[in-house]
Design a protein around this ligand. Structure first.
Ligand code: ARG
Length: 389
């Protein structure tokens, strides 16, 4: 019997996919990757078994997700189309890479995912699989099966005794991990319709609150945040605390129309409090310690890096090469940034670093000024030389 490792989320689609794959002659290993989505519950594991999985494998990937995927993206300053901080996009390569590992351990010849045929996630899963082991067969049940609606799927599940929790189902499609929440579908499909409060998963309560401002302090070492309010923190603790603090204020909400890789535009809302605050603080610290040429050049790299993540091209030579470049740029990105949190927004209000390139004696308009203003005339005359009439 052929063996397949299915990336199983615990939801309706992948529960039904277990049975569907079994009916097509596969022995199914249900693999659950924990990237902080809070779905690897006992009920989900039981559901997989009832649906017919021969085995359930759960892998906690949270720490590696933070250090090997999120931190590089933060150091790069990766943000897609100016707003999306890439939580979903970053999680796919680590989930798929571990899936390949599980397939090898289980001596499976195939992998399967529950992505639809319209999104970016199918691309991210399959490019990763092919880049790591192109001999694996790739199955995408949701892209192929006969169900035309959610109702048909539910009927199929009921017919085969697969326990599903229909009551709990949200009207939205939600993807969540430690770096953020992505929400689409339902009323959000009308791009002119304001997201209802139920669309927000982490920041919902912020609408009703009127919290007092608060200033937090984040310490970076070589581009990586390691201190929060004077205490040294591990990656997961630091991200979780910033998510909680930021969500309280409603920070990190985005409502955007984005360009998918498959050519269509889609409307999605995101919530990423920690990502928003950290990207902002990190960028500010870079402004203090990087010289102008480096800083400007790196902006282009940030965009390229974001595109690679979004397009599923994590396991590629270019991403690796860019990582080497970005590492080099982060040598001096050590220091402390103070961020003021207020309702729906955060603002950097102070920054300091032992590697600061800011010189008060050069910048000041006061008596301590050491800048020789007379030199500017010659500089400007040569600068203007090519354009003189
Ligand atoms: N549009 C985002 C991306 O391609 C998120 C996709 C998943 N979103 C969701 N709500 N299930 O990265």
């Amino acid at each position: 019997m052929k063996k397949v490792v299915l990336a199983y989320s615990g939801g309706l689609d992948t529960s039904v996919a277990i049975k569907w794959l079994k009916d097509r002659g596969y022995e199914v290993v249900a693999y659950m990757a924990d990237v902080g989505q809070e779905k690897t519950t006992k009920a989900a594991i039981t559901r997989a078994k009832v649906a017919g999985a021969a085995k359930v494998v759960v892998r906690d990937l949270k720490l590696r997700f933070a250090t090997e995927y999120i931190w590089p993206a933060l150091k790069a300053g990766a943000v897609y189309e100016g707003r999306y901080t890439l939580a979903t996009a970053l999680s796919r390569p680590i989930i798929a890479a571990e899936q390949v590992k599980v397939a090898h351990e289980e001596r499976a010849t195939a992998v399967a995912h529950g992505c639809t045929g319209k999104g970016n996630d199918q691309v991210r899963f399959e490019v990763t699989t092919q880049a790591l082991d192109s001999s694996l067969e790739i199955l995408a049940p949701v892209r192929e099966w006969e169900f035309r609606s959610r109702e048909e799927e539910i009927r199929y599940a009921e017919k085969h005794g697969i326990p599903i929790d229909v009551s709990k189902k949200s009207p939205f499609s939600i993807d969540k991990n430690i770096w953020g929440v992505s929400v689409e579908a339902g009323v959000l499909e009308n791009p002119d319709h304001e997201p209802p409060r139920e669309a927000f998963q982490w920041t919902r309560g912020a609408d009703e609150r009127n919290p007092k401002d608060r200033v937090i302090e984040i310490g970076f070492e070589k581009g990586v945040p390691v201190w929060l309010n004077g205490r040294r923190k591990g990656p997961l603790e630091l991200i979780a605390e910033l998510n909680t603090a930021g969500a309280y204020y409603g920070i990190g909400r985005m409502d955007m129309i984005e360009n998918r890789l498959v050519g269509i535009k889609s409307r999605e809302t995101y919530e990423a409090p920690a990502a928003t605050i950290l990207l902002q603080a990190h960028k500010d610290l870079e402004a203090l310690v990087l010289d102008r040429e480096m800083l400007h050049y790196k902006e282009g790299i940030a965009q390229k890096y974001a595109d690679l993540i979004y397009y599923g091209l994590w396991f590629t030579p270019l991403r690796k090469a860019l990582d080497a470049f970005i590492s080099e740029t982060q040598r001096n990105v050590t220091g402390t940034v103070r961020v003021r949190l207020r309702k729906y927004s955060s603002h950097v209000v102070g920054r300091r670093s032992p590697h600061s390139l800011y010189r008060e004696t050069l910048a000041t308009y006061g008596s301590k000024d050491t800048f020789d203003q007379k030199l500017s005339k010659g500089f400007i005359d040569l600068w203007a030389l090519p354009y003189r009439k």
